[in-house]
Design a binder for this molecule. Sequence first.
Ligand code: DC
Length: 230
Amino acid sequence: MIAIDGPAASGKSTVGRLLAEKLNFLYLDTGCMYRAVTWTALQHEIDLNDETAVTQLAHDIQMEIFPAKGEEDGRHYTVHVDGQDITWGLRTPAVDANVSQVSSYLGVRQEMVKRQRAFGQRGAVVMVGRDIGTVVMPDAPLKLFITASAEERARRRTRDRSDQGHTADYADILADVQRRDEIDSNRQHSPLRPADDAIRIDSTAQPPAAIVDAILALIEQNVAISIKVK
Ligand code: DC
């Protein structure tokens, strides 16, 4: 089990996915679960200020996340909600704008954490999110906390969004990244913060592949971690 946390667009998902590939571990990006609840709530026109209704929805939806199977649209995994493929709906500006609110609700978090732990029972996994090292898997033998400057993260998100054919304004995206950092770091339940024993990595000037190599070297060097990680 490897836990990776960090703020939006810090590179944690890319690092986590590459690491899982190299180690032949399962991979779970937990952000997509909060996004799936948000997308579905928007679809059903549920009032996002209605915590009870959003929490009920989080319990009710059937969610499946599995590796991409040869789709050629750049996806890294596929998400189904109630049997429908909603993978690309998860990255829309409407979801970006509302996911922090949805993920601030305790009942939503409890349900997602339960599902994440169940996923962790399937085998060795690299799990990526905000609270994996602190709440979901506090016993993970390797915990990483990946950050980058807000400006660099906004640049990355702007590039990703325009690569996907969406309009992307850097200033708007920077404001959204900063707003989400603020909400995610200051929320009452499971705020974004590194676990005490997490290794902190700044990805501002380092490409994901270099970070992955450094982590693999660390695992190699530290036999204790290596044994436990497997
Ligand atoms: O990593 P991301 O941008 O896809 O995450 C979307 C939102 O979900 C983010 O604003 C915070 C929330 N989130 C969370 O609260 N806990 C997690 N483990 C993962 C994501």
